[in-house]
Design a protein around this ligand. Structure first.
Ligand SMILES: NC(=O)c1ccc[n+]([C@@H]2O[C@H](COP(=O)([O-])OP(=O)(O)OC[C@H]3O[C@@H](n4cnc5c(N)ncnc54)[C@H](O)[C@@H]3O)[C@@H](O)[C@H]2O)c1
Length: 252
């Protein structure tokens, strides 16, 4: 892909799954990667494997819900690699106890808000001034098909994920003229460690039946889309919400 070699990227929530695959893909394309996660030992393992393969990466302990921690990871990118060009805000969580609107405790909604909405806002506040100073850069956010498909069994996760779409459109509209691009990826069902824990064989079979494709998703499918949006090949894509899901959910 054009324009990733020599760039510096943060992948927040990059210790495993989609984030780890994205960190690896960006490094393969020649970017230096700062992997932030609260699972810092796993993040270190990903960084070590990138370095062993000849790439450049470090791991940083990140609490995405803290402004100080978000500022610190941006500073780590500047200290270790001298610049920042790409911030992929990928982390998510807080889905335990998230049932329907009548049964989801307020604490669960608040936790989901902190992880799935506030962290992306704080990431934007931390990274954007540096990207603007550079003359441009890419903000990328991982949302979910769940933000759009009206699940009956969950309320906080889709609500809080959907708010990211508004954030990205705001950033794109406000700072596009200054060289900032902000885009969202909504994965469909991707067989990561986190997703697999909740998947029964029956659910997996039903998912495969429902999808107009030969297989369910892999982390690398999402990483490829993120790398494209971060690269110069994606330079005219701004303020968009892309569904990468093998065709399960079709949107204009
Ligand atoms: N796997 C799927 O089927 C699927 C589908 C739709 C959307 N998504 C989205 O894709 C992204 C990655 O999903 P995944 O399946 O790889 O999940 P994952 O749980 O493996 O990845 C999320 C990462 O974020 C980290 N994290 C969570 N809260 C954090 C915090 N406060 N501070 C720092 N790190 C934190 C976790 O430790 C984890 O490493 C998430 O945003 C998820 O909502 C996944």
């Amino acid at each position: 892909m054009r324009g990733l070699a020599g760039k510096v990227a943060i992948v927040a929530g990059g210790a495993r799954g989609i984030g780890a695959a994205t960190a690896r893909r960006l490094a393969e394309e020649g970017a230096s990667v700062v992997i932030g996660d609260m699972l810092v030992d796993l993040a270190r393992g990903v960084a070590d494997s990138i370095v062993a393969a000849g790439g450049k990466a470090i791991a940083v302990d990140l609490d995405g819900t803290s402004a100080e921690s978000q500022a610190a990871i941006v500073q780590s990118a500047l200290d270790s690699f001298g610049r920042l060009d790409i911030y992929h805000s990928n982390l998510a969580g807080g889905t335990e106890g998230d049932i329907d609107a009548l049964n989801c405790p307020i604490e669960v909604l608040e936790k989901s808000f902190a992880i799935n909405t506030k962290s992306h806002f704080l990431a934007t506040q931390a990274a954007l001034p540096v990207l603007l100073e550079n003359g441009g850069g890419a903000m990328l956010y991982t949302s979910s098909g769940a933000a759009a498909n009206g699940a009956a069994w969950q309320v906080a996760y889709p609500m809080t994920k959907n708010s990211i779409h508004a954030l990205a459109r705001h950033v794109a509209q406000k700072w596009g003229k200054k060289g900032i691009r902000a885009n969202v990826i909504c994965p469909g069902l991707v067989l990561t460690e986190a997703a697999s824990v909740h998947l029964t064989d029956e659910f997996r079979e039903q998912g495969l039946k429902a999808i107009p494709h030969t297989r369910l998703g892999k982390s690398e499918d999402i990483a490829a889309a993120i790398a494209f949006l971060a690269s110069e090949d994606g330079e005219w894509v701004n303020g968009q919400v892309w569904h990468v899901n093998g065709g399960t959910l079709k949107r204009d």
